[in-house]
Design a binder for this molecule. Structure first.
Ligand code: GDP
Ligand code: MG
Length: 238
């Protein structure tokens, strides 16, 4: 546990008086996490399961996008969801209401999911071969970045209400992701958001980042996102 902020299970730094920084690099913790992540990845690969780790700040629309995605997928493609939040089972309840099995992990003071907790959740959810597994991480753009959960891809969600500079301010998260969903594009006419600058910043941090524009509210871009998912899921079955 970090003795400065009380946060559990993560690696970070805090400024100290006099400009010195105390570095609390818990390398063993990351190594232990990586071992569980490798096991999760083997489990997914052996069953042709596409697992995605959804990361973003709180409120960008992760759960809303998942609900809209599950409603569109219907029973045509099996999917299960692991939900991570510090408290409450509100998101898992929203997912179950959309018709998919969901399991909530409450991290308490922890600010990210870890691969061991995800392993337990997956064993309990028992996704069928070929299923989609969505892991909604705890909302913040810092702590989940270095933690591999065994996913095939990290998907970072950025909403247009958060400001175009977030890829520059939180580069680790955008560098770790393979896909960025630019969400809440229905709100673009109402907010000061420089979309071209945002895309430029995101690609500056991660030149191989794919980007899709979405709105969980209007449905814009959801078919492209579902096509992205199903193409990768189908590739695993080959
Ligand atoms: N206008 C608009 N609102 C959205 C969209 N996606 C999510 N929201 C709203 O944003 C808020 C946070 O969404 P939620 O899915 O809980 O975000 P999460 O914390 O990332 O899971 C809720 O009030 C949603 O209704 C969107 O595409 N457009
Ligand atoms: Mg959520």
């Amino acid at each position: 546990m970090c003795t400065t902020c009380g946060c559990e299970d993560h690696t970070h730094t805090h400024p100290e008086p006099g400009g010195r920084r105390r570095v609390s690099m818990e390398k063993n913790l990351l190594a232990k996490n990586d071992a569980f992540a490798t096991r999760n990845r083997s489990y997914f690969e052996a069953r042709g399961i596409l697992a995605l780790n959804l990361v973003s700040s709180p409120g960008s629309g992760k759960t809303s996008l998942l609900v809209a995605t599950l409603e569109r997928l219907g029973s045509a493609h099996p999917a299960v969801v692991v939900e991570g939040d510090q408290q409450t089972s509100r998101d898992a309840d929203r997912i179950r209401a959309a018709g998919a099995p969901a399991l909530q992990i409450n991290t308490g003071k922890g600010c990210h999911l870890d691969a061991h907790s995800v392993e337990h959740a997956i064993l309990e959810l028992a996704p069928p071969p070929g299923a989609l597994v969505f892991i909604e991480n705890v909302g913040n753009l810092v702590c989940p970045a270095p933690f591999d959960l065994g996913e095939a891809h990290k998907v970072v969600i950025l909403s247009v209400t958060e400001g175009e500079d977030k890829p520059l301010k939180y580069p680790d998260m955008f560098a770790a992701a393979d896909l960025m969903l630019l969400n809440k594009v229905d709100l673009l006419p109402h907010v000061d958001f420089d979309e071209a600058a945002c895309l430029g910043y995101a690609l500056q941090v991660n030149p191989r980042l794919e980007v899709l524009r979405t709105s969980a509210r209007s449905g814009e871009g959801l078919q492209a996102w579902i096509d992205w998912l199903l193409a990768r899921s189908a590739a695993l079955a080959r």
